[in-house]
Design a protein around this ligand. Sequence first.
Ligand code: UDX
Length: 455
Amino acid sequence: MQNRVAIVGGGYVGLTTAAIFANAGITTHMVDIDEKKIEVVKGGKSYFYEAGLDQLVASGLKKGTLLPTTSYEDAIPEADIVISCVGTPDNPDGSPNLKYIYDAARATAKLAKSQLIFVQKSTVPVGTGDALGEVFKNEFPELEVSYVSNPEFLRESSAIADTLFGDRVVVGGDCAQAVTQVVALYKVMDTHKKEIAATAAITTGAKEDAHEVKVVETSLKSAELIKVTANAFLALKISFANSIAKLADEAHADINEVMDGVGLDNRIGRAFLNAGRGYGGGCFPKDVSGLISVANDHGVDLHIMGAATEVNASMPGYIVNLAKEKAGSLEGKKVAVLGLAFKAGTSDARKSPAVAVANSLAHEKAEVRAYDPYANEEAGPDLNRTVSLVDTLDEATKDAELVFIATDWPEFKELDYSKLDNGSVKFVVDCMNALEPEKITKNGIGYLGVGRGKS
Ligand code: UDX
């Protein structure tokens, strides 16, 4: 008989994983204590924007395999495998706050079967598995728990394709039988991946034909460290590109050309070398600070990651300064900020550098109107109170002298810049180097990118 799964925590990772497993025919409870979120999911939708997820939620409910609930009692007693996907926010000092991790583990253990496979998908510091193992052993001695680390690599905005066609699935643990059972879930998913992609109506390109899922089996601690190391390295690549972009600005080179040339080296690769306003979101900033903190606990100084963090934090202000050099003072100038999400394809504005760009402009006393097609609501509380949030692109750009493209949404990339208001726009600041400069300059509008020679 197939294992029954319960997913604890219905965030980006939990809901996506639950919806995909359910569509692969695996009976999957999804527990989240937030009643409002569960109500939305029970109604056949995701409560956040992620392309294709509404379809998978609706179809999982219809099949009867996706079982959303606010009650641990509904989900845990029958589950063979419990997958923890709860949040790990950062503490003010940058260390990860593991309260939800421990709460979820204890709440599960209280109700679990005597033999339980407990899978950690949340991003946790190396050593957390051993610490939780002690909690299970000391507080729930009657339980036999096999602990498995199965870190998540999905990206928001391509969460479904990343799960179905990811580069690898990492499963680490000391109990070989438990590892095999977790791997088996992905093998089931793998046999259904094409039909799930079709239900979600996502475009996957060549990935669809990729050979079967690549499973990497490791020790528990290696699996825990793989996840944060991968994210930290990607953050490092971005900050490296941004550092070279600053040099390119001074030296009148073009960072896109530089990185195209550099990235062709197979040892380096082109991905995550796009310069711009830096990284944000729910993962990179917190994973980097968490890694620095856990390294400190082990007496290891990861100052390379401290430098990456500093470069990242400098980018929104750096871009606003570039614009200031070009425009003179920004005080009182009408400025449109297009895009507030931390990247295109999501409504997520957590630690968004686009929000930081808007706030930095407000700090310069510019008159800022900001608009995002999906993230206005989430960005609102983080915006400086002098920034006006508006509902349309036209409202944002009306009479604007400067237009900042702060998130590379397709609708901003494809904009007809000749129609941009009635001649008020003097230049466009391309905070993610997402535009073709000629499309702007041919309309008599100035273009300013990041690391493009202060063009
Ligand atoms: C990331 C990891 O990619 C994913 O594997 C992990 O599971 C979660 O964290 P995510 O945060 O969803 O995913 O977004 P990602 O696409 O990686 O982008 C992160 C940030 O980096 C965004 O703000 C993006 O705009 C920025 N970025 C990315 C750059 O500034 N330059 C680049 O070249 C690439």
